[in-house]
Design a binder for this molecule. Structure first.
Ligand SMILES: *[C@@H]1O[C@H](CO)[C@@H](O)[C@H](O)[C@H]1NC(C)=O
Ligand SMILES: *[C@@H]1O[C@H](CO)[C@@H](O)[C@H](O)[C@H]1NC(C)=O
Ligand SMILES: *[C@@H]1O[C@H](CO)[C@@H](O)[C@H](O)[C@H]1NC(C)=O
Ligand SMILES: CC(=O)N[C@H]1CO[C@H](CO)[C@@H](O)[C@@H]1O
Length: 367
């Protein structure tokens, strides 16, 4: 059976690089199809222990448009291979790589600060690039100011930039973000540590020449102790300037309890909230119910169980009816589950347990 080339290319686009390579050698027709740009829309390359990359990758990588690079950090050789892959895709591809996401598999060596990777990425991008999406959420080390400044200058077409990684501390100051906004005038999706935001950054985002801001992903951790909290007024102004903006907030256990209410300003258009603080969150849940009922779609909680928590969640379920997902990593009562199912018509996934289960807890999917 002969499939039209477009359809075949579409199917090939889902293959990981290894299988794409194999498809190349099957027959003439397939090998032609593999040079079709659609075959390369998405490509994941894994540089892990035990796998090696065939030589011919160097001819194929320049065809990649959207690259997901997964690499093991444990082994310096794998980091070098990862950078080699990136170099082929960027330098040989005539600036056609559109999106790049880098993530790590396995745990990094102790005290590994990612110097070689940060420097390597900057070196590879040194002739400039037309990247529109750069996602570094999967890097487990602190990204620093000079890295972010360099990348923003080298990739002026960026629209989506994610540097809100799970590293312990924020390494990027507000001035750096302001510079990145200047260098990348089209940025409209931004994932950062909230400690990198300042009143001035938000004001820059409101300038008349800026495009409509779509999404802010903010990680709130202990670095916030040393910053001035953003006022509700400035959030209100931002929301007025960008009515379609939505915000994803993640508060982790390193954020001192006392700073939690300052983060949860009522005018933030919060669509997704992860309160992973392990502290009692009764006041906070009341705040969420009061402030975010019109926007909240995803809620995740890590907090101790109690009858008061159950009552607070039942009350929240009555108000936050737009919820699509709710995940609570402590035991709750059956009434809590019933309340969410009854009041939130769009609920599609939940992690709400009435009995202890072995970890990791799995979620329940509704039809
Ligand atoms: C940058 O461009 C110069 C001149 O065209 C070239 O020699 C060099 O290899 C390029 N560097 C990278 C990393 O692409
Ligand atoms: C930031 O990281 C780069 C590359 O890892 C390093 O060369 C530089 O010294 C670091 N700068 C600061 C201010 O820590
Ligand atoms: C449920 O989802 C539909 C489709 O996305 C939307 O139009 C509707 O407003 C949602 N309902 C609630 C209560 O959020
Ligand atoms: C937000 C995010 O995706 N963070 C990632 C940062 O890096 C660690 C370790 O690689 C990942 O587990 C996190 O998911």
């Amino acid at each position: 059976m002969e499939l039209p080339e477009e359809i075949l290319a579409y199917i090939f686009s889902f293959l990981p690089l290894h299988d794409k390579c194999s498809a190349f050698s099957v027959c003439k027709a397939w090998s032609n199809t593999m040079t079709h740009p659609s075959s390369w829309k998405h490509t994941e390359v894994r540089c892990e222990s035990g796998t090696s990359l065939p030589e011919r990758f160097s001819d194929l990588l320049p065809l990649v448009r959207n690259l997901k690079l997964s690499m093991s950090l444990t082994d310096p050789d794998k980091r070098k291979t990862g950078l080699w892959v990136l170099r082929q895709a960027v330098a040989m591809g005539d600036g056609q790589l559109e999106s790049l996401s880098i993530c790590c598999v396995g745990s990094p060596p102790l005290f590994y600060a990612g110097q070689d990777l940060q420097q390597g990425i900057v070196d590879i991008l040194t002739n400039g690039s037309s990247l529109t999406v750069l996602d570094l959420r999967g890097l487990p080390f602190t990204l620093n100011d000079s890295f972010v400044r360099s990348v923003s200058v080298l990739c002026p077409a960026l629209r989506n930039l994610y540097i809100n990684n799970h590293s312990l501390v924020c390494g990027v100051v507000a001035e750096t973000l302001r510079q990145a906004l200047k260098s990348c005038p089209s940025l409209n999706v931004l994932g950062v540590f909230q400690a990198s935001l300042s009143q001035d950054v938000l004001k820059d985002l409101m300038l008349p020449e800026r495009p409509a801001l779509k999404k802010l992903e903010l990680r709130c951790e202990r670095s916030l102790k040393y910053t001035t909290p953003l006022s509700d007024q400035i959030w209100l102004e931002l929301k007025r300037r960008h009515p379609h903006l939505w915000v994803e907030l993640e508060l982790d256990h390193t954020l001192p309890e006392l700073h939690v209410p300052a983060v949860l300003q009522p005018s933030i258009p919060v669509r997704c909230l992860r309160l992973l603080t392990w502290t009692l969150l009764l006041e906070e849940i009341r705040l969420v119910e009061k402030s975010y009922a019109n926007t909240l779609e995803i809620l995740e909680l890590q907090t101790p169980p109690s009858p008061q928590l159950n009552a607070a969640l039942i009350s929240l379920a009555h108000q936050c009816v737009r919820l699509r997902e709710v995940h609570c990593f402590c035991l709750v009562s059956q009434e809590v589950i019933t309340a969410f199912i009854t009041h939130c018509p769009n609920l599609s996934k939940y992690t709400l347990k009435i009995y202890k289960e072995p970890h990791p807890w799995t979620y329940t999917k509704l039809k």
